[in-house]
Design a protein around this ligand. Structure first.
Ligand code: ZN
Length: 114
């Protein structure tokens, strides 16, 4: 989380971090744009891909922005999230069927003993 003091766009008063309304004039503070720096992008893409559902928190924040760069980050993050989920399902399937085969062979050899 970035801890940055927001200054009110209407009267210039500094509002505490996370404040939704200006303490001076009471107007709603504009939420700051999420960062589009390369390091932030790499972080988002990695989280989206490796920890699938978590990246979506960022994805929606970026998709809500007006500029194309932020939207593009959001879409790439969605695609990576989907790819991550598909790969996770395949890997889990593989592990489960491997486990299943192992248990079956154990079971069979146990049965054959008696
Ligand atoms: Zn204000």
């Amino acid at each position: 989380m970035d801890v940055i003091l927001n200054s009110c766009p209407f009267c210039g008063t500094e509002a505490p971090p996370g404040a939704e309304f200006c303490p001076h004039c009471g107007k709603k503070l504009k939420t700051e744009k999420p960062s589009t720096s390369v390091s932030k992008q790499v972080l988002i893409y990695l989280v989206s891909f490796l920890l699938p559902p978590l990246g979506l928190v960022w994805t929606f924040k970026y998709l809500k922005q007006d500029d194309i760069k932020s939207k593009r980050i959001g879409w790439i993050s969605i695609i990576l999230t989907l790819a991550g989920i598909v790969i996770t399902i395949f890997v889990m399937n593989d592990i489960l069927s491997g486990l299943n085969n192992y248990l079956n062979s154990q079971l069979n050899s146990t049965i054959q003993l008696y």
